[in-house]
Design a protein around this ligand. Structure first.
Ligand SMILES: *Cc1c(COP(=O)(O)O)cnc(C)c1O
Length: 416
């Protein structure tokens, strides 16, 4: 089946008993078995079966199966949030003394996780600029355990050369982890460009309606865990082969950290996936039109939209996303005061910390998501004081344009 069909039918063929077509919400903690031996066999890995929802749940399993199909992977683990997904991946691959290479200009929460929280456990992160792919090769040493990039860096909008980075990673036998939150499988399937592990914050475009927090980890099957530098996973691969990473994750790290999703939230993600293909088309169309509109405004200092043909990364956008720029853009009005005035003047667009909602959303990154970083750090992360990030929704474009136009007019009327 094609991706648009899988988004609707993947992972669930209907309920035989009742004929229900929606995935049931298995709102249960645990699963009872008739005999002590049955449960013992499941615990011992000798028989399949659900044990406890922190480890697996049938509603969540349907979501995992659908995401596996959409990302063309070998398996998936859904998590309680995007951060739980990223934290679980790193905790599975790195131990104290190990190092991570990550792209600059990625999501602030991920940078904080890597530098602050994982830093406390003696895992060191080196941030490198994706503009020059050689930076990745130069940063690798014998302690490097993973390379982490976003398909489009949020909020710097940098686009890494994914296949070239994958080649560098694989030459050094290091897995490449790609955060596909901002683009989703409907702009790019990172597996096709060499990614080994794909992570998502499903809270964003996949949920699509701002109703639930969630995340996911997909093993694409590209990395050979039998030859990897990860002892626990390598050992497990003797028994379960290529599924060793996911098995280690589910039965150790994910189980121990407790980052499982609520079944209700898995249901909301499944529902979101059904309309994701159509929504991504409209997000992209509206974002492109809004970027063009803003670029034509004399009062707008700058616009950063990866879908512009004169963007710094247009070659990579053409190669990786077929020229589509996604639903996010950033722009500036010259200073922070104007940015605040502009946001305060909007009537339709919401000022909040989220993206990928059906609604148009804005935020001033420097004073919110990135407030804990110093001005110098913010600069290196591509966050300027006048930056406004827009997650362009799927409303009628004319209504979005009118809202932005009146807000720009009010901003400059009041600052004069
Ligand atoms: C939001 C986001 C995350 C974190 O996801 P949560 O679901 O909020 O924990 C990670 N990566 C990217 C690119 C994001 O936008």
């Amino acid at each position: 089946m094609k991706a648009d069909t899988l988004a609707i039918h993947g992972g669930f063929a209907g309920d035989n008993e009742t004929g229900a077509t929606a995935v049931p919400i298995w709102q249960t903690v645990s699963y009872a078995y008739k005999t002590a031996q049955e449960l013992a066999d499941i615990f011992g890995g000798k028989a399949p079966g659900y044990i406890y929802t922190r480890i697996a749940n049938p509603t969540t399993a349907a979501l995992e199966a659908r995401l596996t199909q959409l990302e063309d992977g070998i398996g998936c683990i859904a998590t309680s949030s995007g951060m739980a997904a990223i934290a679980s991946v790193v905790m599975s691959l790195a131990r104290a003394g190990d190092e991570i290479i990550a792209a600059t200009g990625i999501f602030g929460g991920t940078v904080s996780l890597f530098e602050n929280t994982l830093g406390r456990f003696d895992v060191k992160t080196t941030l490198v600029d994706v503009a020059d792919t050689n930076n990745f090769e130069n940063a690798i040493n014998n302690k490097t355990k993973l390379i982490f990039i976003e398909t489009i860096g949020n909020p710097r909008m940098d686009v890494p050369d994914i296949p070239a980075i994958a080649e560098i990673a694989h030459k050094a036998n290091i897995p490449l982890v790609v955060d596909n939150t901002v683009t989703t499988p409907f702009l790019i399937r990172p597996v096709d460009f060499g990614a080994d592990i794909v992570v998502h914050s499903t809270s964003k475009f996949i949920n699509g309606h701002g109703t639930a927090i969630g995340g996911a980890i997909i093993d694409t099957g590209n990395y050979d865990w039998r030859k990897g530098a990860f002892d626990d996973i390598k050992k497990l691969s003797e028994r379960v082969g290529q599924l060793a990473f996911l098995a280690y994750l589910r039965n150790v790290i994910y189980r121990d950290l407790g980052g499982c999703p609520a079944p209700m939230n898995s249901f909301l993600m499944l529902q979101g996936l059904e309309t994701l293909p159509g929504r991504m088309v409209k997000h992209g169309e509206n974002a492109r039109k809004l970027a063009q509109f803003l670029k034509a405004q004399p009062k707008v200092s700058w616009v950063n939209y990866p879908g512009f043909t004169d963007s710094k990364f247009s070659d990579r956008v053409a190669k990786l996303f077929d020229g589509r720029g996604g639903g996010l853009l950033t722009f500036g009005l010259g200073d922070k005061k104007r940015a605040f005035r502009f946001i305060d003047s909007l009537k339709l667009a919401k000022n909040l910390a989220n993206l990928g909602d059906a609604k148009t959303l804005v935020i001033h990154p420097a004073s919110t998501i990135f407030h804990e970083f110093s001005p110098d750090e913010q600069k290196s992360m591509g966050v300027s004081d006048d930056m406004i990030r827009v997650s362009v929704g799927i409303e009628d474009f004319e209504d979005i344009r009118a809202d932005f136009q009146q807000a720009i007019e009010r901003t400059f009327k009041e600052t004069k």
